[in-house]
Design a protein around this ligand. Structure first.
Ligand code: PEP
Ligand code: MG
Length: 544
């Protein structure tokens, strides 16, 4: 059986399927019917079971993970936590609800402390979920604890689950939801995990069945034959005629710097090892995801300094906080929104909380002054020249040297000439630009086929920006996932893009493809793609 989705990267994976359990709903706050001592004994038994289970897992995991899991196991035996559960049951709650509330209150307390205690908030949340699952007699949520490598199927993954995937164990990832630009797909790419997303028909795959994922083709073959596996491996070999590591260069010598997309300073070393010529997108909101209060200037400055120090003399493009929609930050609240992707996101949210934006810009300027990186700062979700003007003048006031904007809202591309009259540079976020141009939610598997950056409508907007860049003499780069698609990367260059930023795992494939084309050829391919009427046609015309 052959299922279709959208591939992330070009890899191939074969293995047995393991299904990720659905997240547990919050236990209902209702009065208990059982006696308090019966309910408390149930809670104690579940805590004990989870403790033993985690200790066993820690022993099996060994290495660094052993200590982390043992600490989780000890959390279940914390006397203050057990007392709290006891009093909540005495006050009339069920064991599930009491466990939920007691763990949540510890979690909140850790989050409020910030720094390294806040990192433990995720761990305690996970333990609480395990205890509730045990009380209900269901599988605990999160990546299942099974031996041996497997292909994981999930509805979609929370960013924390995606970030925690163990590449030694997870051979591949199939998601029912999410498009190729969802944050799950982005994290899978950055970890080099073969993924096919938006496979809406994958619900029927029975756990344990062998599947073959071909991300290059965007297919999942259920129970593949030996011949099908061999053919897929041959396709993989054919895709890998890599050129040696080095700068991004076209066949005629035109330089197209290959920059890295990263979420934390700790990812910088890997990016450098894989040949990053700098950093084209730092998603700063990912650095402060768990924080309940805004990080101070000093805290931020220390993080940025650590990152900049790794790229002396190199460009590092930092994006100011892109809070909202699928990346909410507690310290930048937006209020309830029916359609968060169309709500207070990016610059809209930080403009409302200007003190937070000012602090971030001050920290960036200070860290820039302390290091030798060439620091550029940009704002996400800028809609027009007025918003670009607001950001650029605030950034300059706070001491930022180079201030630009992301073009990811179609209006920004339509007003490209005006915007590039103000911003020092533009970086195109093709993920959101595609989502908004085609009105296709990037988180939604059912519309993943619409959210295709090959669509000529998206390419026309990129061309407007490329032309405005050429006219103003200001750089226009791409930092969306489109830059990681080797052939599309060539088309983007043909449309006037002068740098490409992507997950470092994509460098090899993009570097190899760029070397096959001159600038003139890239422009000819761009003309072909622009003339197509659908994304599929554009892709097919260029492939030819
Ligand atoms: C984009 O929208 O293309 C982008 C790079 O930003 P993010 O994926 O973080 O929204
Ligand atoms: Mg974006």
């Amino acid at each position: 059986m052959l299922l279709r989705g959208v591939g992330v990267g070009r890899g191939i994976a074969v293995g047995p399927v393991v299904r990720m359990p659905d997240p547990l709903p919050e236990p209902v706050d209702e009065p208990r019917t059982a006696a308090a001592d019966v309910e408390f004994s149930r809670a104690l038994a579940a805590l004990g079971d989870v403790s033993r289970d985690l200790t066993e897992r820690a022993r099996r995991a060994g290495g660094e993970a052993e200590g982390v899991i043992l600490t989780q196991s000890m959390m279940t035996q914390d006397p203050a936590l057990i007392d709290d559960i006891h009093s909540r049951i005495d006050a009339g709650g069920t064991a599930e609800r009491a466990v939920f509330e007691a763990f949540s209150s510890v979690r909140q307390m850790l989050l409020a402390l910030g720094g390294s205690p806040a990192d433990r908030a995720v761990d305690i949340g996970d333990v609480g979920q395990r205890v509730i699952a045990r009380l209900r007699g269901v599988e605990p949520p999160g990546v299942p604890d099974v031996e041996g490598p497997f292909v994981l199927i999930a509805g979609d993954l929370a960013p924390a689950d995606a970030a925690a995937l163990d590449i030694g164990q997870v051979l591949g990832l199939i998601t029912l939801g999410g498009g190729p630009t969802s944050h799950t797909a982005i994290l899978a790419r950055s970890k080099g995990i073969v993924a096919v997303v938006g496979v809406t028909d994958a619900t029927g795959i029975v756990p344990g069945t062998t599947v073959l994922l071909d991300a290059g083709e965007g297919t999942v073959t259920v129970e593949p034959t030996a011949e099908e596996i061999t053919a897929a491996r041959e396709r993989l070999v054919a895709r890998r005629v890599a050129v040696p590591m080095g700068p991004g260069t076209l066949a005629d010598g035109t330089r197209i710097p290959l920059l890295a997309n990263i979420g934390r300073p700790s990812e910088a070393a890997v990016a450098r090892d894989l040949g990053a010529e700098g950093v084209g997108l730092v998603r700063t909101e990912l650095m402060f995801m768990g924080a309940t209060i805004a990080p101070t200037v000093a805290e931020q400055q220390a993080e940025y300094r650590r990152l900049f120090a790794m790229f002396p003399g190199k460009r590092v493009v930092v994006r100011t906080l892109d809070a909202g929609s699928d990346k909410p930050l507690e310290f930048l609240p937006t209020g309830p929104e029916e359609n968060p992707a169309l709500g207070l996101r990016g610059i809209r949210a930080t403009r409302m909380h200007e003190d937070v934006l000012r602090d971030q810009l001050a920290a960036l300027a200070a860290a820039d002054a302390e290091t030798d990186a060439e620091v550029w700062v940009m704002a996400p979700m800028v809609a027009d020249a007025e918003e670009a003007g607001y950001f650029v003048s605030l950034a300059r006031e706070m001491g930022v040297q180079v201030a630009g904007v992301m073009a990811e809202v179609p209006s920004c591309a339509l007003m490209a000439g005006q915007v590039l009259g103000i911003a020092d540079f533009v970086s195109i976020g093709t993920n959101d630009l595609t989502q908004y141009t085609l009105a296709a939610d990037r988180q939604l598997g059912s519309v993943a086929s619409y959210a295709d950056p090959w669509h000529p409508a998206v390419l026309r907007l990129v061309k407007m920006l490329g032309d405005a860049g050429a006219q103003s003499g200001r750089p226009v780069g791409v930092c969306g996932e489109a830059a990681a698609d080797p052939l599309l990367a060539v088309v983007l260059v043909g449309l006037g893009v002068s740098s490409l930023s992507m997950a470092p795992t994509a460098f090899e494939a993009v570097r190899t493809e760029l070397r096959q084309h001159t600038l003139e050829h890239a422009r000819a391919l761009a003309v072909r793609a622009l003339a197509a009427s659908t994304a599929a046609e554009a892709r097919a015309l260029v492939r030819e």
